[in-house]
Ligand binder design. Structure first.
Ligand SMILES: *Cc1c(COP(=O)(O)O)cnc(C)c1O
Length: 398
């Protein structure tokens, strides 16, 4: 099963496709038809691989977490994407796409960002490659994510606050697409997850697949076997999860556990668990499950982690769910926060709140002692310190 290779029209089963304004058709076709040949080019490969190694800091370590393993009665390895430059997996994708844009002769980069992490990862690579960068961000998010806005400005990017709708991610996305429509010739749109019109979901998964490629090599070295029993990752749009499962999809013996943000509980009205709550719809140019109300209006998702509150999900995930290839869990705020503190105290690693959703699933699975379990730590918790401290102090956990 190689489902990241969608069919020619970009469908994973009934999900995916490219629902875009007519004016972008040529742009998206150009991207679809050229990205493989550019990325397979020797010069591109050499530059990309050397940036991943020396700039991002790859391979990221696969760390045997002994105290965590003891607690859960299995052998747990952490795939440490938190150690990457800029503190998360997102840079794997932005390095690849901005480099691709340069090779395509584009002179202007646009991106949208919610929590600001993708904006920072894009602005970082644009500074490195000396290319103009404009980041669309809902005004509400600009106010909530001050530090990331300052980082983007310091990196030389222009942050454009979006004041339509709820002034959050989906509104920023609409404005980015509008910009792209006005500047289709010179502009490249860097999408931050396995979402958006075909070929983005496949392309982003391919760029992130370095994660599972390394897991295989590292497990072979440490355990004399390439395949773990479990891969566990959190899912917002699905890029760290996609990269983590990519090379294991065709091996049904590797169990895939994907963790969405349950928020305050899936029945509370405050949740971001799109697989559990979403209905078929179109978002961001793709047919997938979408959090929406009875009128088909997008419902603002909620999660304590800013990186998981996306109202859609990459189109491959409803397909994996339907095929029963992956198990999806909704992890609530409280469970994630408890697991973040647990990892911090057991291993001296402060994870991103997003990544803590993956860790919380350890409490919900019955492992065998011999099981080898890989949990992807998608990012580090530095950005979340205010949220952590407020939460732990008000819950008397510190
Ligand atoms: C953005 C982000 C996520 C969620 O995005 P995916 O595309 O689902 O991976 C998860 N973890 C961290 C640390 C992030 O910054």
């Amino acid at each position: 099963m190689k489902p990241f290779f969608a069919n020619e029209q970009g469908y994973f089963g009934e999900y995916g496709g490219a629902f875009i304004p007519e004016i972008l058709y040529k742009c998206v076709e150009e991207l679809k038809n050229s990205y493989h040949s550019i990325m397979d080019n020797k010069d591109f490969k050499k530059e990309y691989e050397s940036l991943l190694k020396d700039y991002v800091g790859r391979p990221s370590s696969l760390y045997h977490a002994k105290r965590l393993s003891k607690k859960y009665g299995c052998k747990i390895y952490l795939k440490r994407e938190d150690l990457n430059h800029t503190g998360a997996h997102k840079i794997n994708n932005t390095v690849g796409q901005v480099l691709l844009a340069k090779h395509m002769g584009k002179t202007r980069i646009i991106a949208e960002t919610g929590a600001g992490q993708h904006g920072v990862a894009t602005a970082t690579v644009c500074a490195l490659m000396n290319i103009k960068c404009i980041v669309y961000m809902g005004k509400t998010d600009v106010e909530r994510q001050r530090v990331n806005v300052e980082k983007m400005k310091m990196l030389g990017a222009e942050v454009r606050p979006v004041t339509s709708g709820n002034m959050t991610l989906k509104d920023a996305t609409n404005d980015a697409i509008r910009d792209w429509c006005s500047n289709p010739k010179d502009t490249y749109y860097v999408i931050g997850s396995t979402v958006g019109p075909h070929p983005y979901p496949t392309m982003v998964a391919e760029l992130q697949s370095v994660i599972s490629k390394e897991i295989k090599e590292q497990l072979l070295e440490k355990e004399s076997r390439e395949n773990p029993d479990y891969i566990i990752a959190c899912v917002g749009g699905g890029s760290n999860a996609g990269g983590s499962i990519y090379h294991f999809l065709d091996n049904e013996k590797v169990k895939l556990i994907l963790c969405e943000a349950g928020g305050k509980g899936i029945n509370s009205g405050f949740s971001a668990a799109t697989i559990q709550l979403g209905k078929k719809g179109i978002i961001h140019g793709s047919k997938t499950l979408v959090m929406q109300n009875e009128d088909g209006q997008i419902q603002e998702p909620y999660s304590i982690s800013a990186g998981l509150d996306y109202p859609g999900i990459g189109p491959i995930y409803p397909y994996l769910k339907k095929r029963n290839r992956a198990k999806f869990l909704a992890i609530n705020d409280d469970e994630a926060m408890e697991s973040a503190l647990e990892l911090t105290r057991l291993e001296g690693i402060i994870p991103a709140i997003e990544s803590a959703h993956a860790l919380a699933s350890l409490k919900k699975i019955e492992f065998n002692k011999k099981d080898i379990v890989v949990v992807t730590i998608s990012g580090r918790g530095d950005k979340d310190m205010d949220t952590f401290l407020n939460y732990f102090e008000s819950h008397e956990m510190l």
